[in-house]
Design a protein around this ligand. Structure first.
Ligand code: G1P
Length: 298
């Protein structure tokens, strides 16, 4: 089978981030910091590692800090150069995007994830593309999207990242109806967005990484509102389960953190803090001491 190289990725970042008010009153949720990097940087790095070279952001009002983040910062860079701060200059260099590598389209009304992705249709054209939801941060030896690109070269079609969730959590996810279970990869015969546990076809949930065929964009042209009164990406992908190319779910290797919730963000902060060679000893000492003290006080 011949599969086209995937070079374009869509990052839906138009959400209001109300769960993180008041912080998100003036900063986009995607700029919130996990250790010392904004959430969006993790998604960008993962996309780059998977071979993505064109980055499409679907934004909304109030997201200009995001555009500035990826731009050059000439005054800051000059100041760092003057002070011989080569290490910090290198950190900054990593955040800059080449002119033309990044594009922004606006979603003028919040109408759901499917609608946000559809807003990028003219920039995608007739190619397969990736979608990354920056709220889902995935710690993995091999970045999740790279795992998907490699498996996609074998399967073709559409592919979603998939993870087992507790039965009572299905109503927070898109859930897969498994046609054929091959272990690491499943062929999907149906998909349901946010089903109640009693209606869920399985407990294998979609995590925010997708490789999609252009047909999904065409499906979004005519898809009607679904769960929560929104245009759902899940519904547009589900239409492809019956096609010859098909839809696949990859049980990726790695730990996913839901940074769209406060608890998930805190968990990710602890995990990523402990994974940093320059921070882990001091941070681990603090945590041990903290829990020992709390236990003694009981
Ligand atoms: C979105 C998708 C859902 C998916 C989830 C993963 O939901 O609609 O299918 O399971 O991301 O994080 P959201 O969390 O944006 O409500």
């Amino acid at each position: 089978m011949t599969t086209t190289r995937i070079t374009k990725a869509i990052f839906p970042v138009a959400g209001l981030g109300t769960r993180f008010l008041p912080a998100t009153k003036s900063i986009p949720k995607e700029i919130m910091t996990l250790v010392d990097r904004p959430l969006i940087q993790y998604a960008i790095d993962e996309a780059r590692a998977a071979g993505i070279t064109e980055f499409i952001f679907v934004t909304s009002r109030g997201k200009s800090a995001l555009e500035d983040y990826f731009d050059d910062a000439p005054e800051l860079e000059a100041e760092l150069r003057r002070k011989n701060k080569a290490d910090l200059l290198e950190v900054l260099r990593h955040t800059n995007m080449d002119s033309g590598a990044i594009a922004y389209v606006r979603q003028n009304r919040p109408m759901g994830l499917g609608h946000a992705v559809w807003c990028a249709r003219r920039l995608i054209g007739d190619e397969p593309f990736a979608v990354l939801l920056p709220d889902d941060v995935i710690a993995a030896d091999r970045p999740c999207l790279q795992q998907m690109v490699e498996m996609h070269a074998e399967t073709g079609g559409c592919m979603v990242a998939a993870m087992e969730v507790a039965p009572h959590r299905t109503s927070s996810y898109g859930v897969l109806d498994i046609g054929e279970d091959r272990g690491t990869v499943v062929r999907v015969k149906g998909m349901v967005e946010k089903p109640k546990p009693e209606d869920a076809p399985s407990t294998l949930a979609v995590i925010g990484r997708y490789i999609l065929t252009p047909r999904v964009m065409s499906n979004l042209d005519r898809i009607k509102t679904g769960a929560g009164g929104e245009i759902q990406l899940t519904d547009a992908i589900a239409e492809e389960t019956g096609s010859a190319e098909g839809v696949f779910g990859l049980r990726f290797q790695g730990q996913r953190y839901d940074c769209g919730t406060k608890v998930g963000f805190l968990q990710a902060t602890v995990a990523f803090g402990l994974a940093r060679p320059d921070l882990k000893d001091e941070f681990a000492d603090f945590l041990h001491g903290y829990f020992a003290q709390a236990k003694a006080a009981q």
